[in-house]
Design a protein around this ligand. Structure first.
Ligand code: ZN
Length: 294
C-alpha cells in the first residue's frame, strides 16, 4: 500500500509516494501547477465565480445551491454543471495545468449539488431534448464532462467523489460504472476532525472496494493533530492497510505537517509495539521506512 499526501503546499515529502496538490479550491482560488504532482481541480464549486456572476449558481425548487440557503444542506456553493462559459473556464485551466510537467489531474466536485438540482431553464431544456429520465440525464451530463476533461490530460487522470457508495448516481449524477473506464484510480475522501470513532472509515472503504472497478485510494485528514488524534489516525491507517487499497492519502497543510505524522509514528514505541503484536505487517513496513528517513 502506498502512502501519499493531499496538500496545500506544492512540495513533495520523503516517505510518501503519492502527492496530490490542491490547485483549484472551492472558494474560487486558483494556483499555478505543482510540478511532478497530481493537481487536484475543484470543478463546479466556486464561491468567487458565483459572487462575481450570481447567474452561474445551480438552482432547485428549494432555491440556489448556496451554503447560506438553509432549505438545503450543501457544504459549498455550486455552479450549474451545464453552464457552457463556466465549463470552458474549467477546461481552459486543465489545459494550462497539462502544459506543465505535472503527474496528472484529479477532479473534485464535478457533479450536481444534490438530487433536485439543477432546474435552471438550460438544464430542463437539455434534459427534455435528451429523452432520458432525470437520473440518467444527470449521470450522462457528468460522465460526458469527465470524458471531455480526460481528453485534455496526458498524465494520470483520477476523480474524487462525495463518499456515498449507494445513491451517488441519484443524488449527484456520479455513475461509478461509467466513470471507471475513464480513470486510473478513484480517490475517496473520508474527512474528519479526528478518527477516535473509526468504524465508518472501515465500512465505507470496504463498500467502495467492493463496487469500484478501478484501484482505490482513501484520504484521511491529518491537518489538526494532537498526540491523541495522531494515535487514532495512525491506528485507522493501520486498519486500512489490511485492505486491498492502492494507497492512503493524508490531508496536511504542508510538508512540516506531514513530517509531524511520520515523527509521531516513528517515535511512538507503544504504537510500533501495537503494530507488531497484532501483525500489521504492511503498516510496520511503512513506519520502518519512515524511521530510515528520519
Ligand atoms: Zn442548470
Amino acid at each position: 500500500m502506498k502512502m501519499g499526501l493531499v496538500t496545500y503546499a506544492p512540495e513533495k515529502v520523503e516517505g510518501f509516494d503519492l502527492h496530490v496538490y490542491y490547485s483549484k479550491w472551492a472558494d474560487g482560488s486558483v494556483f499555478p501547477a505543482a510540478k511532478n504532482m497530481q493537481n487536484d481541480v475543484t470543478c463546479f464549486c466556486d464561491a468567487k465565480a458565483i459572487r462575481e456572476d450570481p447567474s452561474l449558481v445551480a438552482i432547485s425548487k428549494n432555491g440556489p445551491a448556496l451554503r447560506k440557503n438553509r432549505k438545503i444542506n450543501v457544504p459549498f456553493d455550486y455552479v450549474c454543471p451545464t453552464n457552457p462559459k463556466y465549463r470552458a473556464r474549467v477546461f481552459e485551466y486543465i489545459k494550462e495545468l497539462d502544459r506543465e510537467n505535472i503527474q496528472g489531474v484529479t477532479l473534485n466536485l464535478y457533479h450536481f449539488p444534490d438530487e433536485e438540482f439543477c432546474v435552471c431553464p438550460r438544464c430542463v431544456e437539455l434534459w427534455r431534448q435528451s429523452g432520458l429520465n432525470w437520473t440518467e440525464w444527470r449521470a450522462q451530463t457528468i460522465t460526458n464532462f469527465l470524458k471531455e476533461a480526460k481528453s485534455l490530460v496526458h498524465g494520470t487522470f483520477a476523480v474524487e467523489m462525495f463518499p456515498d457508495p449507494v445513491i451517488a448516481k441519484e443524488r449527484f449524477g456520479i455513475d461509478f460504472e461509467s466513470i471507471a473506464p475513464l480513470v486510473e484510480y478513484f480517490h475517496v475522501p473520508l474527512s474528519s476532525r479526528d478518527y477516535f470513532t473509526n468504524y465508518w472509515v472501515d465500512l465505507l472503504t470496504r463498500d467502495f472496494l467492493k463496487i469500484l472497478k478501478k484501484p482505490v485510494v482513501v484520504e484521511l485528514s491529518a491537518e489538526m493533530l494532537t498526540a491523541e488524534k495522531a494515535d487514532a489516525l495512525l491506528k485507522t491507517v493501520a486498519y486500512l492497510s489490511r485492505h486491498d487499497l492502492m494507497g492512503v492519502l493524508l490531508l496536511v497543510h504542508d510538508s512540516e505537517n506531514a513530517k509531524q505524522v511520520c515523527r509521531f509514528a516513528v517515535n511512538n514505541g507503544a504504537f510500533r509495539e501495537w503494530l507488531k503484536k497484532f501483525e500489521f505487517t504492511e503498516m510496520t513496513r511503512i513506519v520502518d521506512e519512515w524511521a530510515k528517513g528520519s
